[in-house]
Design a protein around this ligand. Structure first.
Ligand SMILES: NC(=O)C1=CN([C@@H]2O[C@H](COP(=O)(O)OP(=O)(O)OC[C@H]3O[C@@H](n4cnc5c(N)ncnc54)[C@H](O)[C@@H]3O)[C@@H](O)[C@H]2O)C=CC1
Ligand SMILES: O=C(O)[C@H]1O[C@H](OP(=O)(O)OP(=O)(O)OC[C@H]2O[C@@H](n3ccc(=O)[nH]c3=O)[C@H](O)[C@@H]2O)[C@H](O)[C@@H](O)[C@@H]1O
Length: 437
């Protein structure tokens, strides 16, 4: 099939590449000329495990090409995916200007039947708005489908190739059949393609993200309470998670959820509710609890240093909002760094993939190191913000000999309390007892 993808970010590039992998001819369009040039030179512009192999293979096979021209994309594809940003607007709602802006141009360009597929995360009613925007200028027939994406950064290729489900919101049989044909290779294991109306599909996406954010936030509250009463959240988590109705996943407490999606999507659903005179009280709390959780280590750090952080130096392991990505959008690490900088502290940081992005944001205010141990030199304490695998079994002797104070603040509960107790080191984590030497 001939496919075009408009917007070649995390979702668009993975969608385009994986659809090329199953034999489709794909044109990926992006407005960012530098990005398109990079991709034409064979460079993957984001860090996403396993994407490079598929990217390379499909470019060489001539099934994956890149363009800055919307016209070229629209002329090529029978199915046109819109994988455009829907960032948070000032009032918390989803900014639809990218999606509707492109939709308005589609009508002017298309001359034969197209299926326009919304992959972006959008509020209920957006498919209808896209349809209206295209109709203003359309000279040919088209259908609009809502096909929300559930991939996770860091596992994007795997999630796309083996999705647990595919949701298709469509009121057109012709469009639905085309989408089912396109996705058939991805559901050979028996996972379902779920067809529904557009509005329900749009809401399914927000409901899934908001539910997961709520699950994490609930555990963060349980963790905070564990600290008050001397319980251990790791034990509570395992005790709860073995109940299959609860499940083991997404119960890990920490310094809050971040990323390009949960924070904005929870706020957007909350705001959509308000616009329809419905108050999502749970989401209101989730937003507030998570805002506080992002800086939950700060009072522990301040307390340890007797309220004086002036000229103290903190080494940070992990900057990305989660492991296996270079994405720092809404990363909890940044909120903690800002608090520490405001108190006059110095920051040194190490992250396997996200240092360039953070360096661009802080413009010289933070020092970076090439290795996880170099960053500890002349630092007073170590703070862990992201659970990259390489941090999981560190050489505690190296940590102790490098730091000025033998202390770790762990925002991701990377180590077993019983293991750290064998080391001569102070250790503060989330929802578990403090180790003070
Ligand atoms: N990042 C993720 O893991 C997931 C994101 N989503 C949703 O997918 C949508 C896209 O997200 P990301 O891929 O993360 O965004 P992104 O910001 O990584 O990529 C968006 C791309 O669109 C391009 N673009 C902007 N305006 C354009 C235009 N007029 N024409 C062509 N290209 C244009 C940008 O240059 C950028 O490369 C959002 O609605 C997001 O909520 C959904 C599931 C997962
Ligand atoms: O709409 C989206 O963009 C995507 O948002 C999330 O994916 P992603 O943001 O890539 O990352 P997650 O693995 O879900 O983690 C999100 C945040 O929650 C935090 N988290 C996750 C799990 C957990 O147990 N505890 C916890 O604090 C992570 O550290 C991270 O900051 C969803 O998992 C995807 O299904 C969805 O498609």
């Amino acid at each position: 099939m001939k496919i075009s993808v408009i917007g070649t970010g995390y979702v668009g590039l993975v969608t385009g590449t994986c659809l090329a992998e199953t034999g489709n001819e794909v044109v990926c369009v992006d407005i960012n000329e530098q990005k398109v040039q990079k991709m034409r030179n064979g460079e993957v512009p984001i860090y996403e495990p396993h994407l490079d192999v598929l990217f390379d293979r499909n470019i060489k096979a001539g099934r994956l090409i890149f363009s800055t021209s919307l016209k070229e994309g629209l002329e090529h594809g029978e199915v046109i995916f819109l994988a455009l940003p829907t960032p948070e607007d000032e009032d918390g709602s989803a900014d639809l200007s990218y999606v509707l802006g492109v939709a308005e141009n589609i009508g002017n360009i298309i001359t034969d039947y197209k299926v326009i597929v919304g992959k972006s995360t959008v509020p209920v009613g957006t498919a209808e708005k896209v349809r209206e925007a295209i109709s203003k200028n359309a000279k040919s027939t088209f259908d609009v489908v809502s096909n929300p994406e559930f991939l996770r950064e860091g596992f994007a290729v795997d999630d796309f190739l083996k999705p647990e489900r595919i949701v298709i919101g469509s009121s057109s049989q012709r469009a639905t059949e085309l989408m089912e044909k396109l996705y058939k290779p991805f559901v050979r294991s028996g996972n379902p393609i779920i067809v529904m109306d557009e509005k329900s599909a749009e809401l399914t996406k927000y409901a899934a993200n908001a539910f997961l954010a709520t699950k994490i936030t609930f555990m963060n509250e349980i963790a905070n309470y564990c600290e008050k009463v001397g319980a251990d959240v790791d034990k509570v988590r395992i005790g709860m998670g073995t109940d299959s109705r609860i499940g083991k996943r997404f119960l890990f407490p920490g310094i809050g959820y971040g990323g390009s999606c949960f924070p904005k999507d929870v706020k957007a659903l909350h705001k959509s509710g308000k616009d329809s005179q419905y108050e999502f009280k749970i989401l209101d709390s989730v937003i507030k609890v998570n805002d506080n959780q992002k800086i939950i280590l700060f009072p522990k750090i301040k307390n340890y240093f007797n309220n004086d952080l002036q000229n103290k130096t903190f080494a940070i392991w992990g900057l990305a909002f989660k492991p296996e990505t270079d994405d720092i959008r809404e990363a909890p690490s940044l909120y903690l760094i800002d608090k520490l900088l405001t108190e006059g502290a110095n920051i040194k940081a190490f992250d396997p993939e996200a240092m360039d992005n953070v360096a661009r944001k802080y413009q010289g205010k933070i020092q970076f190191s090439k290795t996880m141990y170099d960053v500890l030199e002349n630092a007073d304490a170590l703070i862990i913000c992201t659970e990259w695998s390489i941090f999981r079994t560190p050489d505690f002797n190296k940590i102790k000999y490098s730091l000025r104070k033998n202390v770790i603040f762990d925002g991701r509960n990377l180590y077993d309390i019983s293991d750290v107790e064998k080391e001569d080191i102070s250790y503060f984590s989330i929802g578990r007892k403090d180790i003070k030497i």
